[in-house]
Design a protein around this ligand. Structure first.
Ligand SMILES: Cc1cc2nc3c(=O)[nH]c(=O)nc-3n(C[C@H](O)[C@H](O)[C@H](O)COP(=O)(O)O)c2cc1C
Length: 177
């Protein structure tokens, strides 16, 4: 609970480099995320090149509060999902939810963010950007989609925790009648 409650979306970063071991630990946490029938549809693009990060930053609206984090942090991790795997059996979709790639990549992202936090590193999940252009820039194949990205780096400033709903506001017992 300390890790879960202590993790914040970090939008201001130091430019200090991240030890390779810490990056590998963060990637290892993605590896161990649960997924539909262990299909592991996620793919991660590690962007370190300042030119690549600057290009990614152009895909965010000027109003996105995470904008500067993309260029400030030493690394940006772009989380992608392979289509037609999660939630499928013999190429047939198995539930009304269709492709579960958003679900599985979200679980991977949560592992990533919590592990980064445990190593003193900050993240902020960024979902509001031009996904199609990101796929072009990053050379993402047809059957793969970009889902979200996050900077990874040492926090320059901690965010304040936004207020959460009370448990009573979202939990129902037995049914929702
Ligand atoms: C799917 C998703 C997309 C998000 N997209 C953005 C974004 O584009 N820009 C941003 O600044 N924060 C983004 N966030 C971060 C949320 O604003 C943040 O998690 C929320 O306000 C709670 O704050 P906390 O993470 O510090 O607990 C996103 C979070 C999620 C889960």
């Amino acid at each position: 609970m300390d890790g879960i409650k202590g993790r914040r979306s970090i939008r201001k970063y130091k430019c200090d480099p991240i030890p390779e071991e810490a990056l590998q630990t963060v990637l290892e946490s993605v590896r161990w995320a649960p997924s539909w029938a262990n299909t592991q549809c996620w793919e991660v693009i590690v962007v370190k090149d300042p030119k690549g990060k600057a290009e990614l930053a152009t895909l965010l609206s000027k109003r996105n509060p995470a904008l500067s984090s993309i260029t400030d942090a030493p690394i940006v991790l772009v989380l992608c999902g392979k289509q037609g795997i999660s939630g499928f059996y013999k190429n047939q979709v198995t539930t009304v939810k269709g492709d579960w790639l958003m679900f599985d990549t979200a679980l991977a992202m949560q592992n990533l963010c919590l592990t980064a936090h445990s190593l003193g590193l900050g993240t902020v999940i960024i979902g509001f950007f031009d996904h199609k252009k990101a796929e072009e820039i990053l050379g993402v194949p047809e059957n793969v989609e970009v889902v979200a990205m996050t900077p990874l780096g040492y926090p320059a400033r901690q965010g304040r925790a936004p207020k959460r709903k009370e448990i009573s506001e979202f939990v129902f017992y037995e049914n929702m009648l």
